[in-house]
Design a protein around this ligand. Structure first.
Ligand SMILES: [Zn+2]
Length: 294
């Protein structure tokens, strides 16, 4: 008998997986209590956590795009090279997780260009994708996409078109589009669906941890029939790192969000990896080069 999970596996492969490669102490929610200049005092856990993710992806034949911080690349270049060697797309998450909407255009251009070159020098492949920390390309940054196009990025996956207190714009486009007239650059928003006139996220991260597995899978299937591009899903390596040190000084709300359902995350992610065909964002957008190499 056919397994219902397999039976519902879409044939188009229209699901794209992404990983934002940053460590647990670099997340926006903790930035008030963990200052940027204290990062070097923390022991890196992102290498081991990312390798856990890579092993899970291998077990299901899933391919993904890894939006990696330049700061991490400098400290763990072997990890960057391993991501590429294992068949995944290497992409940029900026240098040190500064939000785009907290930078001037010049500061942003410098950082996004530096991170691209740094990762390319480490891995020896072209870096074509960019994801803004905390989905921070929005109405406050009308110059950001122009900047990315000038630097030479082929696409950005930096918008989460939903209402949220830290990011998002519920009126932003849900489908891939060309944000800059005359430029080839594509903006590919992470996955959302419309239910009863309301936009709901099925893009991953904290949303995925907060939503029951069955509901997440229903939403992902629905997104595949309504979105006009790849259904883009994201996770962080620290979401699979159950043993990570607790940041007790953070606010109750930040701690609630960061630690919510970390224990069930491996099982849920495993199920979602098994239930859908996952590929890199460059492939989902039809940008992959012949031979699959970036
Ligand atoms: Zn991030």
């Amino acid at each position: 008998m056919m397994n219902p999970e397999t039976a519902s596996k879409p044939n188009s492969g229209g699901f794209s997986l992404s990983v934002d490669v940053e460590d647990y102490f670099q997340v926006w929610a903790f930035s008030k209590v963990i200052k940027r200049d204290s990062w070097d005092g923390f022991q890196l856990r992102v290498g081991d956590a990312t390798r856990t993710v890579l092993d899970m992806f291998d077990a299901h034949g899933a391919k993904a795009t890894f939006f990696t911080l330049g700061w991490i690349g400098e400290r763990d270049p072997a990890l960057v090279r391993e991501i590429v060697a294992r068949g995944h797309e290497l992409a940029s998450h900026g240098y040190d997780h500064t939000k785009v909407n907290q930078q001037s255009r010049d500061e942003f251009a410098k950082e996004a260009s530096y991170a691209k070159k740094l990762l390319e020098d480490i891995a020896g492949v072209e870096v074509r994708g960019y994801r803004a920390p905390g989905f921070s390309i929005d109405r406050r940054t009308p110059w950001a996409h122009e900047s990315l196009a000038e630097i030479g990025y082929a696409y950005s996956s930096s918008t989460h078109p939903i209402a949220h207190d830290h990011y998002g714009d519920a009126s932003a486009d849900q489908n891939p589009y060309h944000p800059v007239e005359g430029a080839a650059l594509i903006e590919a928003p992470v996955a959302t669906v419309n239910i009863l006139g309301r936009r709901v996220s099925c893009a991953g991260g904290g949303w995925f941890r907060a939503t029951p597995l069955g509901a997440s899978k229903l939403l992902l299937r629905r997104a595949a029939t309504t979105l006009k591009g790849p259904v883009i899903f994201y996770i962080h390596p620290w979401e699979l790192d159950v043993e990570q040190p607790r940041i007790n000084s953070a606010s109750v709300k930040s701690k609630f969000r960061h630690y919510l359902n970390l224990k069930t995350m491996p099982r849920k992610l495993d199920n979602v990896l098994r239930s859908f065909s996952w590929r890199r964002i460059d492939e989902g957008l039809g940008l992959a080069r012949v031979g699959g190499a970036a």
